[in-house]
Design a protein around this ligand. Sequence first.
Ligand SMILES: [Fe+2]
Length: 197
Amino acid sequence: MTQVNFSDFYQVPDMKFDIVKLRQDLDKILKKRNFNSLNVSNFGAIPVNKIPNDENSVKGHNIRGIYWTIPDESGKEVSRDIPIDESKYTELMPEFENTYFKEVYETLRKKFKLGRVRLLLKEPRSTLSWHKDPEPRLHIPIITNLGCSMVIENVAKHLPANGHVTITNNTKYHNFFNGGEQSRIHLVACVLENPFK
Ligand SMILES: [Fe+2]
């Protein structure tokens, strides 16, 4: 069994965004476009950045990306979905220009080497698969409820929507559950320099 480590949740010090502005501008974005579910149950994503001059970089399976999961009692690990060239995602999507998300994106990029940035929806009363990702992920919860927790190995943590930024060690097996009756929406970025190594 992998050693349990509370530092798999790293709250970034001295960084806090304005949750009121995030929610106001999330509303503006949601009036313009919908979450793309890719026909995956309980999942939805809106890309915040893209590969310059590559409209396909925000379409189809590029909004999900490769992960590993243990689907059944055999305990055998399998990979799903497609690898992503994360470091090429450097350009803000046009609908996020003139929103607070631009300031958030620019601030984060100064501090961290980022790949894709997405708004991720987790529907009420749902989980993900038990899985691991290629890299850690940075979370800014925007809409959440007390029934929402991220679980890494066997440590669960609620991430409040208070403007703070948390980097989670998604290279370990994890899940996210929303046990509330309201959708959960986080800004999630792929972090290309692993702070957990
Ligand atoms: Fe994940």
